[in-house]
Design a protein around this ligand. Structure first.
Ligand code: FES
Length: 365
């Protein structure tokens, strides 16, 4: 019996729809936050859910989920207290803050108090070094903390209170934060307007103002548009650009000299790669080899390289590692993969070689 409801599935579909149809696996990171918002961690059921909706296998999902520290592998408390013990915060007292909390709460790194309220962890730089020592509660900042201040925060949390972070929105639970991290708006009235940036964050701006430095054409009062407004403006701009496009020229444009050009690369009418065109420009006589730069080591192996090694490796790996969903790896077109595999097998047969074995570095025979 899955813990993931139809509402979760609907949200999963919404997340996946944000990405191009052939790039749906890019939705994995927000989907992991989504499943974490249900259970407080990425459980085996959560891994299976992500694999199913993206057509990946569980090993692929697990590899991502175990790479990032924000995805928890065991149940968490309502509040994740992260104390920075990295260099800057450490010299300013971060380790003392962490040790005090660990002793007071009776838990170590990545452990949760018996009342299920607090999970403690030490973190390696919370990207707020100018406010050190810092700790976060569900990724909201408490700046310039000392051991007593940190104790006060966790005790208030355990008593049911919600102390106000130094910057940013008011606190929510870790599950609620996971919904936001999955890309859904904070629905609490006025929450996104809570708090403001701190002075260290604004220091660069103040200096720029003081010295009269500005970005040409930038209006600081430009309103931040909603997604719908931004989408509409982008669609209008695209339509305008399409309308302004000149009619296609009768004659194909001549490829411009590749050497030294900073213009964006365009596909030449002859379909040659920029490298080939550059070489031909430098050495117009096709019968003469282009000289190597001094010190270049030329491979002595005269065997022609197998042009499809990479595809063969991927295709063989896919064939040996079927996904959990509908049998089609997300983001790949199954027909193309099968064609690649057949071509690779045919190529191997023509060379008199046995079946190819995929490895990360290519194909071993
Ligand atoms: S070292 Fe603590 S926030 Fe960077």
């Amino acid at each position: 019996m899955t813990v993931f409801t139809e509402e979760t599935r609907e949200r999963a579909r919404e997340i996946i729809a944000r990405y191009p149809a052939d790039r749906s696996r890019s939705a994995l990171l927000p989907l992991l936050h989504l499943v974490q918002s249900e259970e407080g961690y990425v459980s085996p059921a959560g891994v299976e859910f992500c694999a199913e909706v993206l057509g990946l296998n569980k090993a692929q999902v697990g590899a991502v989920a175990t790479f990032y520290t924000m995805y928890k592998r065991k149940p968490t408390g309502d509040y994740l207290v992260s104390v920075c013990t990295n260099t800057m915060c450490n010299v300013l007292g971060g380790q003392e803050v962490y040790d005090t909390l660990a002793e007071h709460l009776g838990v170590g790194h990545d452990e949760t108090t018996a009342d299920g309220k607090i999970t403690l962890e030490h973190a390696e730089c919370l990207a707020a070094c100018d406010y050190g020592p810092v700790m976060t509660v569900n990724y909201d900042f408490f700046d310039n903390v000392d051991p007593q201040g940190a104790l006060g925060v966790v005790e208030e949390l355990r008593a049911g209170g919600r102390p106000m972070p130094t910057r940013g929105a008011r606190l929510c639970t870790l599950k609620e934060m996971a919904v936001q991290l999955a890309g859904f708006a904070d629905e609490r009235d006025g929450a996104v307007a809570d708090g403001g940036p701190g002075e260290p964050t604004l220091r660069g701006l103040r200096l720029a103002e003081q010295h009269g430095i500005s970005v040409p054409g930038f209006d600081p009062n430009t309103p931040i548009r909603s997604k719908a407004e931004a989408d509409k403006a982008a669609a209008e701009a695209k339509a305008k650009a399409e309308a302004a496009k000149p009619a296609p020229a009768a004659e194909p444009a001549k490829p411009e000299a590749a050497t030294g050009s900073t213009a964006p690369d365009v596909k030449a009418p002859d379909g040659k790669s920029p490298q080939v065109r550059t070489a031909e420009t430098r050495q117009p006589d096709a019968g003469t080899a282009v000289a190597d730069a001094p010190g270049t080591k030329v491979p002595t192996d005269t065997t022609a390289p197998a042009p499809r090694d990479a595809q063969a490796a991927e295709a063989a790996g896919t064939a040996a590692n079927p996904p959990a969903g509908d049998g089609k790896p997300a983001g790949d077109e199954a027909g193309a993969q099968q064609r690649n595999l057949k071509e690779a097998e045919a190529g191997a047969g023509a060379n008199g070689a046995g079946p190819a074995v995929a490895s990360e570095t290519g194909v071993q025979k």
